[in-house]
Write a protein that binds this ligand. Structure first.
Ligand code: ADP
Length: 289
């Protein structure tokens, strides 16, 4: 038996009007869209976590193996006095090589974690707050960065073409400009097996630094997208180094250079190589000199 109250509310319920139906439809569509983008976001997050844990684990595995090998070489020396010097030397040399390898992998880890921190600062719009700008000579920055980097990869040839003994002043955070250059050079070394050329040119308004390789290049339709966060061109092979990367470097580069009122870009013909470049304004008091 229905109560009077239930009877009353049933009689009061009307069929929804056309406008109400439209509103409901609109709400449903919005909810479905929100759910779909949450699903996309979730998938992105899962992919990122998968890729980043893999990228972090690769150097960790090498560090652990190198330390274990170094220990294995050094352990027999403990408390022994009857080794001949040559044998001791040989063991110490191997241990040193292993530790140097571990140290290089610590640098890789450091860069990865640094990139992740940068991305979170970029997403929250806070990167500019961390820039420490000063008047500096970009010729010296480029020369020192490449000299140091060349020592770390002696098996690769990095050619440097910069004006000699010239001062080209910019207002910038030198550490960040080094970071941008290193990202370009690391990519060139990673994706191409050719020699890499770093070129610095300037007029009295802007300075342009370019990193050229003769690797696989980048298809025209991908040249815009490579600057997006996490984007990696499908099927591009890493020819040197173990890590595949996370697709963060170029996005970080673009943000850093934009924060310095400069520009980034790439010129590339597929199969013939790529030239990644950035420009920066020359400091005012240099103009007209
Ligand atoms: P990552 O190298 O970690 O993937 P980046 O943001 O530095 O991320 O580069 C994005 C993508 O651009 C790379 O995955 C690669 O596909 C492409 N790329 C970058 N530099 C080069 C290069 N020198 N030659 C060919 N492809 C490159």
């Amino acid at each position: 038996m229905m109560t009077d109250h239930e009877n009353g509310s049933r009689q009061m319920r009307k069929a929804p009007s056309e406008q109400e139906l439209k509103q409901l439809e609109e709400k449903l569509r919005e909810t479905l869209e929100r759910e779909a983008s949450l699903r996309d976001l979730n998938q992105c997050m899962e992919e990122f976590l998968g890729a980043s844990s893999h990228e972090l684990r690769t150097p960790l595995t090498t560090i652990k193996a190198s330390i274990q090998l170094a220990l294995r070489r050094l352990r027999p020396l403990t408390g022994k006095t009857d080794y001949d010097p040559e044998e001791i030397n040989a063991k110490i040399t191997v241990a040193q090589d292993m530790l140097a390898r571990a140290e290089r992998q610590v640098d890789v880890l450091n860069r990865l974690v640094g990139d992740m921190i940068d991305i979170s600062r970029i997403q929250s719009g806070k990167l500019p707050l961390y820039l420490q700008t000063t008047l500096c000579n970009i010729v010296t920055i480029v020369q020192e960065t490449i000299r140091e980097h060349s020592k770390a990869v002696p098996e690769r040839s990095i050619l440097l073409e910069t004006p000699i003994d010239e001062e080209v002043l910019i207002v910038a955070d030198p550490k960040r400009i080094r970071q941008v250059l290193m990202n370009y050079v690391d990519n060139a070394l990673k994706y191409a097996s050719s020699p890499v050329t770093v070129r610095l040119q300037h007029d009295n308004r802007i300075v342009r630094v370019a990193v050229e390789d003769k690797g696989p290049g980048i298809p025209l339709e991908e040249q815009e997208r490579i600057w997006e966060c996490f984007y990696q061109v499908p099927n591009v092979k890493v020819v040197n180094g173990s890590g595949t990367g996370l697709g963060l470097g170029l996005h970080i580069n673009r943000t850093i250079i934009t924060c310095h009122s400069g520009q980034v870009g790439v010129n590339s013909v597929p199969e013939q190589g790529a030239t990644f470049w950035f420009t920066l304004p020359i400091a005012q008091h240099n103009v007209g000199e």
